[in-house]
Design a protein around this ligand. Sequence first.
Ligand SMILES: Nc1ncnc2c1ncn2[C@@H]1O[C@H](COP(=O)(O)OP(=O)(O)OP(=O)(O)O)[C@@H](O)[C@H]1O
Length: 188
Amino acid sequence: MTPALILVNGASSAGKSTLCRALRDALPGAFLHFSLDFFMFDAQVLPRTPEGRLRDWATLRPRVFEGFHRCLPALLTAGNDLVVDYIIETPEMWAEFCTQLAEFDVFLVGVQCSVEELERREIARGDRGLGDARRDAETVHTFTAYDLTLDCTIPLAQNVARVSQAWQDREAGASRAFPGRRPPSPSS
Ligand SMILES: Nc1ncnc2c1ncn2[C@@H]1O[C@H](COP(=O)(O)OP(=O)(O)OP(=O)(O)O)[C@@H](O)[C@H]1O
């Protein structure tokens, strides 16, 4: 089978990671959850000042992002099915994804959330830059069509069920994010 990627795009604090973790555990088949957050927030990967601020981030940012992008085809090529949360920030970033992921079975999910709710969550979390969510919300859904769009203010279980159903009902390889692509043959 062609390795599969469920890619969840939306603004910071929209609920992407929460959804991905729940999907990882609920989907039929063994999906890995993979996220840029693992570099940015959840692990001791990046160099920091004694005060805890990121060091040399302007230099590192493009390298870390490109490295993360390259991890996806590497994990897929090794046979892993992935559920990945991401914030598509620019058309260039999306074009890079399209090139790197063209040979895989990609299902693109857009998560919507009002700016008011994004900002409420951002403040409540306290570990994200204030204003990031609003900035993302202005652009994040402008770069691509989706296979499925979700409202991330409704209960998580409902969205997990929607993705799970839509994923199983989809035509493998016929992602709306990659129009004109030939789906992998059923035997592949
Ligand atoms: N359906 C939901 N209803 C209410 N709160 C939610 C829902 N989904 C997520 N949240 C809450 O919103 C906050 C942000 O969630 P999450 O970390 O999943 O967002 P994210 O989109 O991955 O953010 P980031 O891109 O900044 O990492 C968390 O406090 C989470 O508990």
